[in-house]
Each structure stands twice: as C-alpha cells, then as structure tokens.
Write a protein that binds this ligand. Structure first.
Ligand code: NAP
Length: 556
C-alpha cells in the first residue's frame, strides 16, 4: 500500500474550506480530511453541498475523508452525537470516500445501524473507526485493534496516541508491522514525530500533514513541505534504510537537512530522522535496544550529540562493539553504525573533522601538526575532542579557560599546559582555536542560536557555577562576542573558530583584518558531516552541497 499524504481541512465556513482545499491540493495533498467539526453551525445540508462541490469541482481528484470529531477526542465544537452521525451519513451519500467516527461512539446502537445501512448501499464509502489518547499510550493497543476489527470487520482501524517519549512509538510500529491492509496507526507529540514519517515504510494508509505551521490540527504534525522536501517522503518505501541524530533537544539540528540532501543527491534509499531521546543512559539504551531488536525497522546508523555522546560510548562498549581508539580517549562517541551482523561500531568524527579543517587550510599533512604550538581556548566537549586529536598528532597545546580547574583537568589528561583567560595576553602560538561558545549568534530573545536549548544552556551554566562554588575557581570572563581580544592576534598566527553560526564570527573578522589565515566552524561542521556520511554510505558526500545546505538552514 502506498501511504497517502493527507491534509486536514479545518475551516469555520465552506468558503474558507474550499480555499484551504485548493491550497492543500496545490501543495501536493494526496488525500483530504474535511474536519467538519470546525464548521460553524454545521448541518447535513452544509456538508452535503460542500462534499458535492469538492467532488464535482475541476480540482485534482483525491480521496476525501469526512470527520466530525467528538470534543472528547479532539473535536473543535461540541456537536450532539446524533447530528454528527447524520453529517457522516450525508457525506457518504454525497460521495465522500471515507468517514471517520470514534469507535466508542460507533458502538452506540444508533450510530452502528444508520452508518452500516448507508455503507451497504453506497458503492465506494469506507468507515474509519478511530480511537485517540491525547495523554499517553493505550492500555492495550493490540486488543483495541482486535475489538475494532471484530465489531466491524470492514472498518479501517485508526489508533492514535501521544508518545511522551520516543520509546513509546515502538508499540505503534509493532502493530503496523504485524498487521496488513488498510490501517492508520501513529503517535502524536514531538516524541512521536518519526512515526508520521516512517508511516510510509510501514505501510500505514496515510499520514496527516498540515499546509503550514498555522494550520496544524494535532501536536507534532509536520508540514507537507517538510515531509516532501526535508524527509524525502516520495522516495520512502519498505526497503528504505533509516539513520538519524539522537539528541535532546533535536528540533534545531541541521543534520537531517544535510544528510537527506546528500542521500538524495547520491540516489541512495536512505532516510535521516531527528530522534528526540530524552533522559539519560537508561532511556538511551532502551531506544537503541528497541531499534536493534526490530531489524525490520531498518535502522543502520546514528549521529549522536548532546547529551548522549558519553552514553553512546558506554552502550557500544557494553555490547562489545568496536570503539575507535581516539573516541575512547576523548570519552565520547558521536557516530554509531549497526553493521550487517548487528555488531556495533562507535566513532568520533569531531576530532578528525577539526584536524582536516586545519590541515587543508594550512596546506599541511597531519604530520605537519607535530610540534606545532597551539592555543585552545575553552575546555568543554569540543575542546576535549580537538585537544585529543591534536595531542595524538603531536602538537604542543596550551589550554586557556574561564574555569581554570577545568582547563587544568583537561591539560593533565592530555599532557598540555594550561592557564586562565588572562593568560591570553602572553599568547604565543601558531594556531589559536576558539572552542568556547562566545561569538555565537543570538536569537531575538537573547539566546544563543546554537546546538543548545535554553534548558541546556541553563544546565551548563549551573554546572559551571557549581564547579566554581566547589573549587572557589572563578576565572576571568571573556568578552561577549569575542573570546580572544583583537590585540592578542599577531602576524603569522592562524585562527580557527569552531563556532559556525554565524559562519564569519567577530573573531574571524578581526583575523581577516589582520590578514591572518582563518578556519571557520562551518568547515569543521561540514567535515564531521562528511565523515559520518562516509560511515553511513561508504561514499563521499558532495561537500559543496552539504555546505550550501547548512548555509541555507542557518539563514532560516
Ligand atoms: P561546552 O562543553 O559547554 O563548553 C563551553 C566552553 O565555553 C567552556 O570552556 C566554557 O567555559 C566556555 N564559555 C562559555 N561561555 C563563556 C564566557 N562567557 N566566557 C568565557 N568562556 C565561556 O560546549 P562545547 O560542546 O565544547 O561547544 C562549544 C562551542 O563549539 C559551541 O558553542 C559551538 O558553537 C561549537 N561547536 C562547533 C561544532 C562544529 O562542528 N563546528 C560542533 C559542536 C560545537 P567554562 O568551562 O568556564 O564554563
């Protein structure tokens, strides 16, 4: 079965409904759902006329579902059950291909008799019997499915529930996997988003999308544009291999855009998803175990980012997978591959991406890093990956950080020197690398527009403050937009800013003014994406396309 893209039409009068229908069809809707509960002052005549007009118009012919949802199950207006059944009955008689009624209400004698009689008379009308849980999973989704099928075997069961965690989605996937024929099963909410995309891989009758953000009728609904362009919906089939970025938060991630664009260009049957995995090690392990035991889902690899890079390393180790030696040294895995024999492999593409950015700009081989004096500003996750890579290559590193203790710990681990930020005044290095978040673009509300959510920023800030309190170590604050004062940048130095939004930071602008060699965070970001793409596909991604995709996404 080819899953259809269904667009709900939620208008409060017939004229507005007709406008929305045209817009939806123009956008590529393959099915329409007329949410007649949104129509004001609804009656049988209004719906009969509207359905007949749509069916007889010159517009593209697509199947029409008419719904008049019960307020208890997400309806817009509290219309009496008898009226709602009359409306659905009239829609069938007027030519609607499907009507959708809540299973609980269908079981009331009145509904069953009336609709069953009409359904036996009309040539093409089908009944969708639906159940919704806006709070959580169903107590027993399999029993519910069986109940619907036994009460009215010709019905199309529709079971929709809110996933409070991505791990809640697997019941929906299992049900789709072990049933066949026309059925609709998916999860609402941000955690359920992937179920709306891989609905097609699992043969669900339809997936609901909205024309734009403003017209979404349920939480977690994607727009038709996102589904078709970003998630390559038209190319998904049962064989599509799945990849994704495991993160929390994940909505901001640029990885789905870059990997899907490059998958499309290489014409490979692969799809990359945003995988919101909330929680810690337990939830992370549960997610990956859920995926691994369901081979038929076809997950083959993952990017892993905040806050799960350490969890990923522990997971791969616990399953006796291969861990790239430097990833083990860094203490973080940002790429997991599930091999054909179900063996796992964990890599860290961050350090190699940074080293490649440096060597290509400085036009040297990795061996040329040996003995090079490098100043690393910052001592967080990115600094750790870069220090590990550079020290492996034999560079002489000095780490500068606001929280001196953190610089000391990192320096001790990799045999480097360290200082507070005030030590930068004596800066003497061939290469200076900013690994702090200073210089990142801020959003309108003053937040830094980066990989991190406000909660994450708050958590990190809190960690820093706790550390300062514990150690009495409060290093010097850097400027708001520039981590290294301009006067410390001297002739002959090369400057690398890992911040990639904006692509040209203030630090890089000042380095440009002084005619210094510059490496931007965007090239590191693209390099790590390229390295992941190679691990996912065995092919080289188109670097220009990846960079262009990142730039376009950052402009949004
Ligand atoms: P992290 O672990 O939170 O570390 C942040 C670092 O920035 C710490 O050293 C912190 O110092 C320092 N810092 C933050 N605000 C500061 C301020 N006002 N003054 C002085 N120091 C400050 O973050 P991370 O994961 O290492 O990421 C750092 C940056 O790397 C990100 O912001 C992002 O832009 C960039 N990044 C780039 C790529 C890429 O591919 N190009 C990938 C990931 C991240 P304390 O230790 O004193 O708190």
């Amino acid at each position: 079965m080819i899953t259809k893209i269904a667009v709900p039409i939620a208008a409060n009068n017939p004229n507005e409904a007709k406008k929305q229908i045209k817009k939806a069809l123009d956008a590529g809707a393959e099915m329409l759902e007329l949410r007649s509960d949104y129509l004001e002052g609804i009656n049988v005549e209004i719906v009969t006329n509207l359905v007949a007009e749509v069916k007889n118009s010159g517009l593209k012919k697509v199947p029409l579902i008419v719904t008049c949802r019960d307020k208890q199950q997400g309806g817009a207006v509290e219309y009496p059950l008898r009226l709602r059944i009359d409306v659905l009955d009239a829609a069938l008689k007027a030519g609607a291909e499907y009507v959708d009624l809540e299973f609980d209400n269908f079981r009331s004698i009145d509904g069953q008799e009336k609709l069953s009689t009409t359904l036996s008379k009309v040539s093409k009308g089908r009944l969708i019997l639906s159940a919704h849980n806006f709070e959580t999973k169903f107590a027993n989704i399999n029993k519910l499915y069986r109940d619907i099928s036994s009460v009215y075997p010709a019905a199309i069961p529709k079971l929709v529930y809110t996933a409070n965690h991505i791990n809640d989605c697997f019941e929906a996937f299992d049900l789709l996997h072990k049933t066949s024929g026309e059925r609709i099963v998916f999860c609402m909410g941000e955690a359920g988003l992937i179920s709306r995309i891989i609905a097609k891989k699992l043969g669900c009758l339809l997936t609901y999308t909205s024309i734009d953000d403003k017209t979404a009728t349920a939480p977690g609904q994607l727009t038709i544009g996102e589904l078709k362009k970003l998630y390559r919906f038209d190319s998904i089939d049962a064989e599509t291999e799945l990849y994704g970025v495991i993160a929390d938060p994940v909505g901001h991630s640029l990885s789905p855009a870059i990997h899907n664009a490059c998958f499309a260009e290489k014409k490979v049957n692969k799809l990359y998803l945003p995988l919101l995995v909330k929680g810690g090690q337990l939830e992370f392990d549960l997610f990956l175990n859920n995926v691994i035991v369901r081979k038929w889902l076809g997950f083959r690899g993952f990017s892993v980012t905040i806050p799960h890079k350490e969890n990923a390393l522990r997971f791969v180790r616990a399953r006796y997978g291969y861990v790239e030696p430097l990833a083990a040294k860094i203490g973080a895995v940002n790429t997991i591959i599930i091999k054909g024999d179900e063996k796992l492999a964990g890599y860290n593409t961050d350090y190699a991406a940074a080293l490649d950015s440096i060597t290509s700009t400085l036009k040297i081989e990795r061996a040329g890093l040996k003995g090079m004096q490098v100043a690393v500003v910052g001592a967080g996750g990115v600094a750790r990956a870069i220090v590990a890579g550079l020290s492996d290559a034999g560079a002489k590193i000095k780490i500068y950080n606001r929280t001196i203790k953190r610089a000391e710990n990192l320096a001790d681990e990799f045999g480097c020197e360290y200082a507070g930020l005030d030590g930068l005044k004596d800066l003497d290095a061939k290469l200076i690398i900013n690994c702090t978040s200073i210089g990142m673009k801020r959003t309108g509300d003053g937040r830094q527009n980066t990989e991190y959510s406000p909660q994450d920023a708050l958590r990190r800030r809190q960690e820093t403050e706790d550390r300062e309190q514990r150690t009495g170590d409060r290093g010097q604050q850097a400027g708001d937009n520039i981590p290294i004062p301009e006067e410390y940048l001297k002739k002959g130095m090369a400057v690398f800013d890992t911040v990639y939004n904006p692509a040209e930071t203030l630090l890089l602008k000042q380095a440009k003014k002084k005619r210094l060699k510059r490496i931007d965070g965007l090239s590191m970001f693209v390099n790590q994406g390229m390295a992941q793409f190679k691990l996912f596909t065995g092919k080289d991604a188109n670097a220009k396309l990846m960079r262009k995709t990142v730039c376009n996404e950052l402009k949004k």
